[in-house]
Design a protein around this ligand. Structure first.
Ligand SMILES: C[S@@+](CC[C@H](N)C(=O)[O-])C[C@H]1O[C@@H](n2cnc3c(N)ncnc32)[C@H](O)[C@@H]1O
Length: 252
């Protein structure tokens, strides 16, 4: 009996297959609802806090980190600004990518950056040298001024907003930081998933449905035509903390 012939794809055909299948997957509402449910239920066991990069914790899903890697590879930003840095693993992740790709600097903003965290990240030598730490609130004008001083007016900027997740705070961040992003670069509004999930029973937070990064983003998008959701990225993620949050800048 002859064996069934496996179709051999060219790279271009494989790319098309991936896009088509991801677009088809978006239509499977049950699958997406199940994925959200798994993520919520696992989140009650701090699953999202279990990822490390080079030994340091990243409060991200690996799926989202891969999406960010794709964006960084495709756009090669001169500056990556992470608003809300927590344990610093995500900064090391961006730094590793910029090291491989060549060039670029990272700005990490947080209201709480203890000295031992700075020392830990500094122990990575070369990888830490491109990181600027900014202690302070993201919505303090003095913080934005410091950011502007570092970027020096460059708009080759990628931003990840991932700090305090209330509507009021995120909308202020969107208004303060979106002007820094130039055409072709990305603004990622983190933790939009909060809008779609039941409130956590183990982690009491001042945010929730209607008072979340997604509610802020929806309000922002009503008054802003510079950004659009990158559906090619979103369609394929399935497990993501940032649904509707991967925004590409369309015009300067
Ligand atoms: C979800 S964690 C960030 C996770 C990090 N982006 C990562 O990928 O690992 C949120 C961080 O935002 C910080 N934060 C809270 N309010 C802030 C504010 N007003 N300005 C800057 N950072 C803030 C917290 O201290 C915390 O470290």
């Amino acid at each position: 009996m002859s064996e069934p012939q496996k179709k051999m794809y060219s790279r271009a055909e494989f790319e098309q297959l991936r896009k088509d299948e991801a677009a088809r997957m978006v239509g499977d509402k049950k699958l997406w609802a199940d994925a959200l449910d798994v993520k919520y239920r696992a989140g009650e066991y701090f699953w999202i806090h279990q990822t490390n990069w080079l030994g340091e914790p990243c409060l991200q899903l690996p799926q989202d980190m891969f999406a960010m890697q794709e964006i960084i590879f495709n756009t090669k930003p001169r500056y990556i600004i992470e608003v809300g840095t927590a344990w610093g693993g995500s900064l090391l992740f961006y730094s590793t990518l910029l090291e491989i790709l060549g060039g670029g600097e990272i700005i990490g903003i947080d209201i709480y950056i203890p000295d031992d965290l700075k020392a830990r990240i500094a122990s990575y030598g070369k990888l830490s040298e491109r990181i600027h730490w900014l202690d302070g609130s993201s919505i303090d004008p003095a913080t934005v001024e410091k950011v502007n001083k570092i970027t020096g007016g460059s708009r080759e900027v990628m931003i990840l907003l991932d700090s305090h997740h209330t509507h009021d705070h995120v909308i202020q961040e969107l208004n303060l930081y979106s002007p820094l992003v130039g055409k072709g670069y990305y603004l990622i509004c983190g933790d939009t998933t909060i809008e779609y999930q039941p409130e956590s029973k183990v982690r009491l937070r001042p945010w929730g449905k209607g008072n979340s990064p997604k509610s802020a983003l929806d309000a922002f998008m009503k008054t802003n035509d510079r950004f659009a959701v990158d559906t090619l990225i979103e369609n394929k993620l399935l497990l993501t903390n940032n649904p509707g949050g991967y925004l590409k800048c369309l015009k300067d």
